[in-house]
Design a protein around this ligand. Structure first.
Ligand code: ADP
Ligand code: 5GP
Length: 202
């Protein structure tokens, strides 16, 4: 796929909609994309690896990093702290790379305040029933799944402030739609190398 000067692409959605799944697919298909690994105080799920899915930190270490301004944003989500490491994103963007950031809805709004050029994509589940099934499929405690579902209803209100809305029903189609967004964003004049115009002047 054609990939000129990069941008930060935020993939946001109610928990359980499919952010991580979609990001994994995109990363597999496009080697020039990179992924911002968040920090969290939540316990790892069985298949999760430290440094790959999250940087798993104790609460004291997390708070120390907050005090040192090491996060672009941070939030308390479902009783655990989550934060977006600042340095990784800033240096990847400075190198002109494309960075994927899956993040909750409040975090997406906070990052956009800091980095207004970020591209915001809101993923929607096809229905509440499907979202419930996806949360149940992760085999979390029923209390956690119920809290995530209650939170999701409030988060949907924010969808209209995002640049794009993609429904994650058929995974392949959702991934293709996000690829279409990346292609279009890469073609924006601000991201083009304008020597292309110079060449045509001669
Ligand atoms: P999130 O990162 O938004 O919390 P996940 O990527 O962990 O969500 O997905 C939650 C569950 O839903 C996972 O079990 C995943 O395999 C499943 N899932 C994600 N997208 C789809 C889809 N399009 N169709 C069916 N199942 C999906
Ligand atoms: P989970 O525990 O299911 O991986 O994630 C719970 C929620 O925290 C999800 O909505 C996820 O997007 C969000 N989250 C993950 N990383 C970050 C982050 O760096 N900052 C914020 N604000 N939320 C995050």
């Amino acid at each position: 796929m054609f990939m000129p000067k990069g941008a930060l692409v935020i993939i946001s959605a109610p928990s359980g909609t499919g952010k991580s799944t979609i990001c994994r697919r995109l990363l597999r298909r496009h080697k020039d994309l990179c992924y911002s690994v968040s920090a969290t105080t939540r316990a790892p799920r069985p298949a999760e690896k430290n440094g790959r899915h999250y940087h798993f930190l104790g609460e004291d270490e997390f708070k120390r990093r907050v005090r040192r301004h090491e996060f672009l944003e941070w939030a308390l989500v479902h009783g655990n702290y989550y934060g977006t490491p600042r340095r990784f994103i800033e240096s990847a963007l400075a190198e002109g790379r494309w960075v994927l950031l899956p993040i909750d809805v409040q975090g997406a709004a906070a990052v956009r305040r800091r980095l207004p050029d970020a591209v915001l994509v809101f993923l929607l589940p096809p229905s509440w029933r499907v979202l419930k099934e996806r949360l149940a499929g992760r085999r979390e405690a029923p209390k956690t799944a119920a809290a995530r579902l209650a939170n999701a209803r409030g988060e949907l209100v924010s969808a209209k402030r995002f640049d794009y809305i993609v429904v994650n029903d058929d995974l392949k189609l959702a991934v293709e739609q996000i690829e279409a967004i990346l292609t279009a964003e890469g073609l924006r004049t601000v991201r083009r190398d304008l020597t292309i115009l110079k060449r045509l002047e001669d």
